[in-house]
Design a protein. Structure first.
Length: 290
């Protein structure tokens, strides 16, 4: 009999019982930190799988670009300057197109390749990158540092990737070739409380920030900048936006263009309130594996 497959949350909980490096921040954040020679290096690892993150007929140049961007987006949420990337690649697709997109993304973000591994894929293809960055500010921002009284902001517009996935021409690039907010993250790092990127849906990521920080967050739904007001609910749950979600003390203006969408409060009986309505768990708030 096969053992039941774990959900993403269950698997993460199991991993948290293993011996953990202190730089892993209890696996409650997207990146790991190691202090070396007076500097803090930041490590992130993300994967993309065929039929889960991209269609079988996707241009692998776009897949490679997106793989770089989503890894650098996590570095951006730590205010990090990219140092290099290491690649895990499944041979067997259009490998030349993958290299083309990889080269384009590396030039765009001035990030060099440091090594990696290749395998011959016999099933669905998977690709992964470990991205390494250098902290530009101390303390390094974390999703665990939201404090009561702070205000919650988000950069950019939420839902553009969803509309691109649906084929809306002016938003195609937001899905196929998202942008990592490196400069914005570096500018924000010295002033933020908590910060993370919006990858799995704005609502879910707000919930995760509240959970990790041990606070409640009250969201003003109408304040969230969405790409299509008629699809507001879908926009804030779909994900793949890679904008920055962060908190600031009251009276501190954000260093970059951003929208105020909520407030941080003492932990109540639920992690988040949406227009005053309590949300007790993360089910249906965004994309979760399993």
């Amino acid at each position: 009999m096969h053992a039941a497959m774990m959900t993403e949350r269950e698997f993460l909980s199991a991993l948290q019982t293993l011996p953990l490096h202190p730089g892993g921040r209890g696996l409650k954040d997207d990146c790991a930190l190691i202090e070396i020679g007076g500097e803090t290096l930041i490590f992130n690892h993300d994967m993309m799988a065929e039929d889960t993150h991209f269609r079988r007929d996707a241009d692998l140049a776009d897949v490679a670009w997106k793989l770089v961007a989503i890894n650098l987006s996590d570095l951006a949420s730590k205010g990090a300057e990219p140092v290099g990337i290491m690649l895990g690649h499944s041979l067997g697709g259009n490998d030349q197109r993958f290299i083309t997109g990889l080269r384009e993304a590396m030039h765009e973000y001035s990030v060099p390749l440091m090594g990696g591994d290749t395998v011959a894929a016999t099933g669905a293809s998977t690709y992964s990158i470990t991205a390494i960055g250098r902290a530009t500010s101390q303390p390094v921002p974390s999703r665990t540092s939201a404090k009561p009284g702070q205000l919650l902001y988000v950069t950019g517009t939420i839902g553009r990737a969803m509309l691109g996935f649906e084929g809306v021409s002016k938003h195609l690039e937001a899905f196929n070739r998202p942008r990592a907010c490196i400069a914005e993250g570096i500018a924000l790092a010295p002033q933020v409380g908590a910060m993370m990127d919006v990858s799995d849906g704005l609502l879910l990521d707000v919930y995760r920030m509240a959970e990790a920080s041990g606070v409640s967050i009250s969201l003003d739904l109408s304040a969230i900048p969405v790409a299509d007001a008629k699809k507001r609910d879908e926009c804030i749950r779909w994900g793949d936006d890679y904008e920055l979600l962060f908190t600031l003390p009251q009276g501190v203006p954000p260093a970059v263009s951003a929208t105020l969408i909520g407030t941080v409060e003492q932990r109540g009986f639920v992690p988040i309130f949406i227009d005053g309505h309590p949300v007790a768990n993360s089910d249906g708030l965004g994309y979760q594996h399993g």
